[in-house]
Design a protein. Structure first.
Ligand code: DMJ
Length: 591
């Protein structure tokens, strides 16, 4: 989403295993009433009464995997991962995967309210009850993800330790912010996968070597979603206050970005000097960037009791809510930091520069306990806008896709980035929004899968163009030479995870499994790490690019692991909401 990506395409943990994280310190927002009456399409669907599902307190976190009896099976088998994967390869048969445990569950709103202080008494009492649940054994596909993660981590550890990104071919590293981006992005993935040794080693680096007092320019959005988001979620999962302290530090250092005439933040901040500025060539910021930092800053306020973080990002959302220049809820891609107005009007996409605006409308609404009606209104309008202006069907397979609109002209172009949308639509439907959103999600995830399946390597390019008319010998998907790279992006796997959680349809797991195998086939570097590639159309030479993006560990492999799991409590979607970099943050419970 960033220009960069677009262009190149404690010592011992306090009480490990039982430590809860983050009792809420601020009440969930109370601003809106729950009256959806005057906007009928916003009314929530009545959800069916679910079967009884045990819920612990809202702040019950995932226990340290290596201390969690429910996850014992996982940990004892991790070290055998490679062998099993090997055996699986040899057999070329798939053993049965664990049974589905049911999905569409009404969120339980009966947990304790947030208080203004973190109190001992708020520690959960039902840890034992959680323990009594049947353990869900880890399965072979999850083991294959663990093996892939460990292979990627080995490369990072050997050649790029403490640096931002691994260059696996040249066995070196790339520095972007100089903040150990891959290590921070991967922390909660290691926790979820149960990689104790790796997690502890990385924690030591955070404790001893991660310093934010550096004269360095960072991108506000990227450092918020990857660093602040990664530290906050790791704090929540582990309960280790080190991560909260680091999150506060970076959060404070990012605040100068909001000192603009319009309060729409600048794209770049010098975290050592406390100065901020727009990119050199413009005073515009990207709409997705300024509207996709809210989950993280709001959570930071809730945890610290300091309102300034939330105030700054809420102001941005309120302002964007009132702006003209939208087209049936669809937003332009740029916004000016001086005037606060949209610029480059008339171009609408769900891809780069706008994508996570839509994602965060829904996710903030969920995070805040489904009360902030303006967010819901904007989300629902936008999805109507997508249906009206951007949806088309391809030929010959009649795949539903999301194109782009430029000054009234439809373009059948779809970024891989758009593949976050089926997952987001499904999450909305799970939370009571229109049932037709789920139908659309089902159609779109099929399209995203075809963006992989119709390509020679079985890996999606960065951008596809769909054929609108059947032509002999042509598939639905066309790829231009400039668009045929693959950066190990997560969006399709992310959506497959949501689709499997909410439907239990195993085809989504099978599709994800195919994708993992193709990543292994075409992007794995024998000496450690995975690499982005230049040409998904050439299986004999996919042209490795020599770079492993941090989101491959932060997002792609995490979503794979969760997709292959049948444990709905492994990041329960009624308790957590993922930020746009796959870092789970808690859903605020009602006051
Ligand atoms: C990640 O940094 C985030 O998912 C962002 O929202 C979009 N781009 C990359 C992954 O593709």
């Amino acid at each position: 989403l960033t220009n960069k990506l677009l262009d190149d395409q404690r010592t011992e943990q306090e009480t490990p295993g039982l430590k809860l994280a983050n009792p809420a310190v601020l009440p969930a927002p109370q601003k809106a009433d729950a009256n959806h009456g005057d906007y009928p399409e916003l009314s929530l669907q009545k959800q069916p009464k679910p079967p009884h599902v045990h819920r612990g307190p809202s702040n019950l976190q995932i226990k340290a995997p290596w201390r969690d009896t429910r996850l014992k099976t996982r940990h004892s088998t991790i070290r055998a991962a490679e062998e099993l994967v090997q055996a699986d390869k040899e057999e070329k048969t798939e053993k049965s995967i664990i049974s589905w445990r049911g999905a569409v569950i009404e969120p339980d709103q009966s947990t304790e309210p947030p208080s203004s202080k973190i109190r001992e008494s708020e520690k959960p009492s039902s840890v034992e009850a959680e323990d009594q649940k049947e353990p869900v054994p880890i399965n072979e596909r999850q083991l294959a993800v663990i093996e892939a993660f460990r292979h990627a981590w080995r490369g990072y550890k050997d050649f790029a330790w403490g640096h931002d990104e691994l260059k696996p071919l040249s066995k070196s590293y790339n520095e972007w912010f100089g903040l150990g981006l891959t290590l921070i992005d991967a922390l909660d993935t290691m926790w979820i996968l149960g990689l104790k040794e790796e997690f502890e080693e990385a924690r030591k680096w955070v404790a001893n070597d991660l310093v934010f007092d550096k004269n360095v320019d960072v991108n506000l959005f990227e450092s918020t979603i990857r660093i602040l988001g990664g530290l906050l979620s790791t704090y929540h999962l582990s309960g280790d206050s080190l991560f909260l302290e680091k999150a506060k530090d970076i959060g404070n250092r990012l605040m100068p970005a909001f000192k603009t005439p319009s309060k729409i933040p600048y794209s770049d901040v010098n975290i050592g000097r406390g100065t901020a500025h727009p990119p050199r060539w413009t005073s515009d910021s990207t709409v997705a960037e300024v509207t996709s930092i809210q989950l993280e800053f709001r959570e930071l306020s809730r945890l610290t009791g300091d309102e300034k973080f939330q105030k700054a990002v809420d102001e941005v959302m309120k302002h964007v809510h009132t702006l003209s220049g939208k087209n049936d809820g669809l937003v332009p891609m740029f916004i000016n930091t001086n005037s606060g107005q949209f610029t480059h009007l008339g171009v609408y996409t769900l891809g780069a520069r706008a994508d996570s605006y839509y994602e965060y409308l829904l996710k903030q609404w969920i995070q805040g306990g489904k009360k902030e009606n303006e967010l819901l209104e904007d989300y629902m309008r936008a999805i109507e806008g997508v249906k009206k202006h951007l949806l088309q069907r391809s030929a010959p397979k009649k795949l539903t896709f999301v194109g782009e609109l430029a000054h009234g002209h439809f373009s059948a172009k779809m970024d891989h980035l758009v593949c976050f949308l089926p997952g987001t639509l499904a999450l909305g439907a799970h939370n009571g929004l229109a049932a037709d959103h789920m139908k659309l999600a089902e159609a779109l995830i099929e399209t995203c899968y075809q963006m992989y399946a119709q390509v020679e390597t079985g890996l999606s390019p960065e951008i596809v163009h769909f054929n609108l008319h059947a032509q002999k010998g042509h598939k639905d998907v066309e790829i231009k030479p400039a668009d045929r790279h693959n950066l190990l992006r997560p969006e399709t796997v992310e959506s497959l995870f949501y689709m499997y959680r909410f439907t239990g349809d195993k085809k989504y797991q099978d599709w994800g499994w195919e994708i993992l195998q193709n990543f292994n086939k075409y992007t794995r570097v024998p000496t450690g790490g995975y690499t982005s590639i230049n040409n998904v159309q050439n299986p004999s030479n996919p042209e490795p690019r020599d770079k492993m993006e941090s989101f491959f560990l932060g997002e792609t492999l995490k979503y794979m692991f969760l997709l292959f799991s049948d444990d709905i409590d492994l990041i329960n979607l009624d308790k957590y909401v993922f930020n746009t970099e796959a870092h789970p943050l808690p859903i605020w419970m009602p006051a």
